[in-house]
Design a protein around this ligand. Structure first.
Ligand SMILES: [Zn+2]
Length: 113
């Protein structure tokens, strides 16, 4: 698989960043709206569960956004696509699937082991 041009990768990452920002904004609006429904007869346990789930989704989106921003920064400084740990190039096929990866497969596996 050919390595993508940095400009192509940047527009992909910028699109992802825009998508995440829109998603986070939407989730924040919804959680504000939910605060107004505290007095109705909903099952408290269910409501707490839903709120925890929303919070996890929001945190996940924020973490992803941070990773996408890091990837954009690495594109700028020319370190994009290199493993942060061993500085070897990351497999382009893995970057294709997860464009904000910072570790090669070997270092990732070592970290998770
Ligand atoms: Zn590595």
């Amino acid at each position: 698989m050919a390595v993508k041009k940095a400009s192509t990768r940047r527009s992909e990452l910028e699109a992802e960043q825009a998508r995440l920002l829109a998603m986070i904004a939407q989730m924040e609006i919804e959680s504000d709206e939910n605060l107004g429904y505290g007095n109705h007869m909903a099952d408290d346990a269910t409501e707490a569960f839903e709120q925890a789930k929303d919070m996890a989704l929001l945190q996940n989106a924020q973490r992803l956004l941070q990773q996408v921003r890091d990837a954009l920064r690495r594109l700028e400084d020319g370190t994009y696509g290199k493993c942060e740990s061993c500085h070897e190039p990351i497999d382009p096929a893995r970057l294709e699937a997860l464009p904000y990866l910072t570790l090669c497969l070997r270092c990732q596996q070592r970290l998770e082991a």
